[in-house]
Write a new protein. Sequence first.
Length: 592
Amino acid sequence: MCGIFGYVGTDLDAAGLVLRALKQLEYRGYDSWGVAVAHDRRVVLQKQTGKIGEATAALPPSTVGLGHTRWATHGGVTQPNAHPHVDCAGRLALVHNGIVANYRELRDPLTRSGHRFRSDTDTEVITHVLEACLAQAPDGPEQLLKATIAAFRQLKGLNAIAVLDVRTGQIAAAKSGSPLIVGWGEGATMLASDYSALLDHTRRVTFLDDGQAVLVTRGSGRLFDVETGCELAPEIAEIPWDRAATELAGYPDYMTKEIHEQPATLRRIAATSRHHARQLAALIGQARDVFVIGCGTAGHAALAGQYLLARIAGHRVTFATASEFQYLQDFVTRGSLVVALSQSGETIDVIDAVRAARGRGASIAAVVNVEGSTLWRFADHAVPLMAGPERCVLSTKTFAAKLAILMLTAYELARQGDVGCACIINAADEIERLLAGDRRDLIRRIADEISTRDHLFVIGRGPSYPLALETALKVKEVSYVHAEGFAGGELKHGVIALIEPGTPCLVLAPRDETHDDILAGAMQVKARGDMLIGVSPEPHEAFDYHIAVADLGPATAIVNAVPGQVLGYYLALLRGHDPDKPRNLAKSVTVK
Ligand code: AGP
């Protein structure tokens, strides 16, 4: 969702640096953007709706700049609503991630006292609250910081704010909920909502905790507690990825790159993640009850984890969609373990769920791709996904990584870690073959045939049920073809009414205990004129198309996600959509 980048340093091209950093944040999803610099003690702004694209900075030289990519929540996608927002005196330029729950209460007295509002956003209210606080704060090097803290204390909701003061050339920021990271560069200090914006400058960072504020000046950044106002010693961490890992490396887009990175990700997990899986297995084994949660693709991985742990280790865990988990929390007690899955580690529904669970005494284990993220730091035990940066809005390689970690954990629980590693390597080999050969071309031909259809149905049973949901999600979010995944057994209970001659239905039919029943269901839709696409080790008379996937036991689930990824990708291209940035979606969903 929204992105923030601020720079205070020696380079006079602060505007260019901010714009380049905002481009690194594009993958998060946004609909307008803006940059402010301090020039001659004035705020100079460049704001626009739409994508940054080839835009260049059209701002005067300055060593201080602050920028933002906005994903609209309050107020439409318009130029005045884009951030930064400037106060009445033209001294402050402010950017914001989150939602100010009490913005109406704050705005009315400000309007009465003469503040002029130029946008429909909740954010602009903060700018004027801060302007009022600045008038109350004593002059001096900490004036901006004190005013920022005073303003931030008045906000309700989960927010991150950053404000540039043209009079002092400082940037102050504070956060609760939304992420903020300080980057320690050579002669420059930066502030970003996501560390991919910092990688051109530094890998040395400090993650702000909720309730912390920072004052960024040239070559320094001082940390403070919002509640007490006391100064804190910053903890420095090293980002585990470099810029090269975020480049396209010759691929046409990130979706293709990340689909092709799955074999390497799986081999990395098999080679290095056993001790993490063993520790997670021990926690699961000791817990009184275990809940596995996530949203979207991570939720599908969590549901797959429920099946994997049951089948491989005979262990019962309960799956819940993270946003629904609050309604099940009566069963969470001291002795419960919540295993939260998330690529970004910033998904607000996941963060809220684990906060509430901890409040009830549960321990939290997190399986996360972004080390240092909010979830990563919150968890009692964090397991890295080891997938490297995922920049396409669609999760692909991190889905494979989550399944692999959960599978390895299940095998560790069953004291068969070696078998688990072998399974993951087999899955890596099979995905490599699938992506390199005729099967990819076959999926392209299928996409050609169905690209003008309105619907796609996907069915699977048992461990393939979460795969059916995931396949449908991949197709619909990138191609905008309506796709629905169903438990195979549910067809006759209503869904079959939707089947019309020619409707494509993708059938996941691995050689396991679901095989005969899922094919029986497939025959029923075939009898009503469906076009069947079978994903299975062997062909079947009912299949119009057969995508062969080797029988790899439980690891088949990892491979069976790939046809849906590739199908979604080709459908997106055929229908003229950017596979990396589907409309309305954001890579990390930080608002409710
Ligand atoms: C994946 O393709 C989706 N765009 C989305 O469902 C995603 O998986 C979900 O928002 C959860 O994100 P997280 O893994 O960062 O928590």
